[in-house]
Ligand binder design. Structure first.
Ligand code: FES
Length: 159
């Protein structure tokens, strides 16, 4: 099996979303989500992984998996467009156009430094907001393994 994507960063821990130790092993098992050639052809697919709705993207010869509902207000990321921003593939949420990196789940925004004379907007990160998951491919089958649910991410609210 080959590991293809993941992303992590710490946020405040929300106790209501924490997974009890006895459930951790269960939710850490990979779940089959489809055939490799089918997802490559469609370039995206939603799946339920341990009761969690996940979207799997195939973009730029890589698989990515994220929580399907946007961390901002639950927008359906499976219906968004993908754009490259600063060399990073991002999903653009169809609701309010938030930009989320596919690889790490970081929220990106543009900012200007008013003290700079040119005041050219630059892309900045809000940190990891959207939970990403691990995608593996084995013998033409694609699997998703949920990331560690003990670390709270804002998208957990809608998952
Ligand atoms: S719900 Fe995604 S940007 Fe608002």
């Amino acid at each position: 099996m080959a590991s293809l994507s993941t992303g992590e960063m710490e946020q405040d821990i929300n106790e209501s979303s924490m997974v009890k130790p006895s459930k951790r092993k269960e939710v850490s098992s990979p779940i089959y989500v489809g055939r490799e050639d089918d997802i490559k052809k469609r370039q995206r697919k939603t799946a339920i992984v341990h009761d969690r709705q996940v979207v799997i993207f195939y973009h730029g010869e890589h698989f990515y998996a994220l929580d399907c509902r946007c961390y901002h207000a639950g927008g359906p990321l499976d219906l968004g467009e993908i754009e490259d921003i600063n060399g990073q593939p991002c999903i653009i949420c169809p609701f309010h156009k938030y930009k989320i990196t596919l690889n790490t789940g970081e929220g990106l925004y543009q900012a200007i430094n008013p003290k700079e004379p040119s005041a050219v907007p630059k892309w900045k990160s809000k940190g990891v907001k959207q939970r990403t998951h691990r995608v593996t491919v084995d013998n033409g089958n694609v699997y998703v393994t949920l990331s560690d649910l003990l670390e709270y991410k804002e998208s957990d609210y809608y998952a």
